[in-house]
Design a binder for this molecule. Structure first.
Ligand SMILES: CC(C)(COP(=O)(O)OP(=O)(O)OC[C@H]1O[C@@H](n2cnc3c(N)ncnc32)[C@H](O)[C@@H]1OP(=O)(O)O)[C@@H](O)C(=O)NCCC(=O)NCCS
Length: 390
């Protein structure tokens, strides 16, 4: 078996492997061919001159501590049915890890359909991608906005303001993408069925709503982003106006502000979640790229850690996490006081698991009193969220 970068003339074979794995029409739409897509790198596995395995990494940046951390979003992991069970997926993942590191993608996230595959290679469950379905009448029960705000269909000129509005929100929620890499074009929003904008002053946007109206009695909301509670209530009032026409509004829960603190949550409701996994690919680079807002309030200190990471051996071994004058860095060396399995690094970095949880899961050991500094730094445990699936 050969593992190599894809070529443009692999397009059809790649599509076929992917179609058999995930479904789709027999004839690909031109934009679903890899060579037509921007902002990614990838690998294919070739056996007897045929493509039998695929893996693509999208170029993303993910907010942690208010800073956008370069992230490789692993997608399209698929192996042709006849080639499964012989280590093709493992070989692709092993080959992509050093490539992500070389490209500066110091963390990697993915939405697993087969978690054991990725867990075995150092990814761990970290954040949520949740949806809730509510009846439109439900939004009519909410208080009206104190201020009457204009709301209108968004246009091309709104796009810079809309993107700024998204980023103001996203940088406050650990795990959100910055949507500023080649993998995104904000103009794509102009194709959405629903694109409602609450304009602010001087071309700014205070909030917006995007979504689709598929067949049937449903509305699927994508983004619902608002700077303040009046804007939020204006957007919800817009959703209430679908009452009588549709039965269900599906909302993605990105912003814990409106979900936990503004909507009165229905007594009984179902939330569907597709958890995502995170892996640290290059620990010193990831520590340097992340924001550490709490560090400014901590006395100078250090934690010595020892990482066991057989699939990313460049970060195996001893490191010292140094907190100094409000900054955090990761240096080589130290005593290895706290020992972390590779799988502990993602949840620690994201702050989704504290060291007590990591210990009970068997992925951290050693001096766990010293390890408490690791929790203080990230504010763990807290739930990261991502609004984009891939
Ligand atoms: C999942 C898939 C990519 C695995 O490919 P593969 O080449 O057969 O995987 P490998 O032989 O390299 O096995 C890798 C590891 O994953 C495990 N694994 C593979 N498929 C699994 C499954 N369906 N459930 C649980 N574990 C699985 C293997 O046991 C192996 O574990 P090990 O490293 O501890 O031995 C392949 O079955 C496939 O294309 N499935 C359909 C698409 C899909 O689900 N892709 C994943 C998207 S997130």
């Amino acid at each position: 078996m050969i593992v190599r970068p894809p070529r443009d003339d692999d397009d059809e074979q790649i599509y076929e492997v992917s179609r058999l794995a995930f479904g789709g029409p027999r004839q690909p739409e031109p934009r679903s061919l890899w060579s037509a897509q921007p902002g990614w790198h990838g690998l294919v596995a070739e056996l007897d001159d045929r493509v039998v395995g695929t893996l693509k990494v999208r170029d993303y940046r993910q907010y942690f501590g208010g800073a956008a951390v370069p992230m490789g979003g692993v997608a399209n992991v698929a192996v042709a049915p006849g080639a499964r069970g012989h280590g093709v997926a493992n070989a692709l993942i092993d080959a992509i890890l050093p490539e992500m590191r070389d490209r500066g993608q110091c963390v990697s996230a993915l939405y697993p359909s087969v978690p054991p595959l990725y867990r075995g290679r150092g990814w761990e469950q970290t954040g949520n991608y949740e949806r809730v379905t509510l009846r439109p009448e439900y939004f009519a029960m909410l208080p009206r906005p104190a201020e009457r705000l204009v709301m209108r269909r968004g246009a091309k000129d709104d796009m810079p303001g809309l993107h700024d509005c998204y980023q103001r929100f996203a940088r406050d929620v650990d795990g959100m993408l910055d949507r500023a890499t080649d993998s995104f074009k904000v103009e794509w929003l102009l194709d959405q069925d629903i694109l409602e904008v609450v304009p602010g002053e001087d071309g700014t946007v205070r909030g917006y709503l995007t979504g689709e109206r598929p067949d049937g009695e449903k509305l699927v909301v994508h983004d619902l982003v608002a700077d303040d509670v009046d804007t939020l209530r204006t957007l919800f009032a817009n959703l209430a106006r679908w009452a009588g026409i549709i039965e269900q509004i599906s909302l993605r829960i990105d912003d814990p502000a409106w979900w936990q603190l503004v909507l009165p949550q229905p007594v009984l409701h179902d939330v569907r979640n597709h958890p995502w996994m995170l892996r640290v690919v290059d620990l010193p680079a990831a520590v340097a790229a992340r924001g550490w807002p709490v560090a400014a309030h901590l006395a100078d200190t250090a934690v010595d850690i020892e990482v066991a990471d057989e699939h990313a051996p460049w970060q195996s071994g001893r490191h010292r996490l140094v907190v100094e004058s409000g900054t955090v860095r990761c240096e080589p060396g130290g005593q290895g006081t706290v020992r972390l399995h590779a799988r502990a690094l993602g949840p620690w970095f994201a702050g989704s698991a504290d060291t007590a949880m990591l210990r009970r899961a068997g992925v951290i050991e050693g001096d766990l009193v010293a390890a408490r500094v690791l929790d203080l730094l990230t504010g763990a445990p807290r739930l990261p969220r991502m609004a984009d699936s891939f």
